[in-house]
Design a protein around this ligand. Structure first.
Ligand SMILES: [Zn+2]
Length: 269
């Protein structure tokens, strides 16, 4: 059901070109309450201005005013992994290589019992004033919780995998997640595609994934050059990642899939 509401506060940040701050300002918006399906629908801002003026001009609107309150537009968290929110303190932090080794060592436990931590992480974003997230999803385990949440979500289905013999399986799993997210597409839930880092993504798999993104016209995100180790690997084929593939995964004579340039060139067009 549509209804008009005015929310006011003693200071209202407008975020217009002049970054104006209104004293005793208000925002009139049209809210579409929960549809029968349970989906959250978008609310639209109709007017911004002096609170008293707005309440006089729109006498039928519901109103509330926060004395000593500050009304701000929401923040954007452009990159967050809800599926890993159970692991804020479980790993070794500081050096990327030591961190990745500790992730690999504990990889079987990384996703255990994440339902609660995903919902806590969503609450924590909302309580921090975040209204929009770029959610990088490696497995799709956060899809239901996010699409039902009050957050506006750009939902990045992530592709990761460097073993050429596993590409077909990985790609069909990726497509299943992506097409499931397309079913949920609306103004608050925007399906998208993420490539994992150049060290962990086979170039053929990346090509397939980018073709899907192009076909569906989705936004794209990528992890890229997160560490000195990754730069050394892409520029010289040596260092931490050489040992990572040769010793941790037993790949004989490993080589990077890309140069810095060739990774970026995938996104042309
Ligand atoms: Zn990330």
């Amino acid at each position: 059901m549509r209804s008009q509401k005015i929310i006011g506060a003693s200071r209202v940040f407008i975020c217009d070109e002049g970054f104006c701050i209104l004293k005793d300002g208000g925002v009139l918006y049209e809210s579409l309450d929960y549809a029968q399906s349970g989906d959250l629908q978008s609310a639209k801002i109709l007017a911004v201005g002096d609170y008293e003026n707005l309440t006089r001009t729109y006498p039928n609107a519901q109103k509330e005013f926060w004395h000593n309150g500050v009304l701000l537009p929401t923040l954007v968290n452009a990159h967050i992994h809800f599926e890993f929110s159970n692991n804020a303190t479980n790993f070794v932090y500081g050096d990327f290589g030591q961190w990745l080794d500790s992730v690999i060592a504990k990889r079987d436990d990384v996703l255990s019992d994440i339902t609660k931590s995903v919902s806590q992480a969503i609450d924590s974003q909302l309580r921090s004033g975040v209204g929009l997230v770029g959610a990088i999803s490696s497995y799709g385990y956060d899809m239901e919780a996010l699409r039902k949440s009050a957050l506006r979500v750009v939902y990045f289905c992530e592709a990761m995998g460097s073993n050429p013999s596993a590409i077909d399986t990985l790609f069909s799993n990726f497509k299943a997640r992506l097409y499931q997210s397309m079913e949920y597409k609306n103004t608050r839930f925007i399906p998208a595609v993420a490539l994992h880092s150049p060290y962990s993504l086979h170039h053929i798999y990346a090509k397939y994934v980018l073709q899907e993104a192009k076909k569906l016209q989705t936004p794209i995100s990528a992890h890229f050059l997160e560490s000195q180790h990754e730069q050394e690997w892409l520029c010289h084929g040596s260092g931490y990642f050489y040992n990572f593939f040769a010793h941790t995964f037993g790949v004989p004579n490993p080589k990077p899939f890309y140069t810095i340039q060739s990774f970026l060139e995938q996104f042309v067009g």
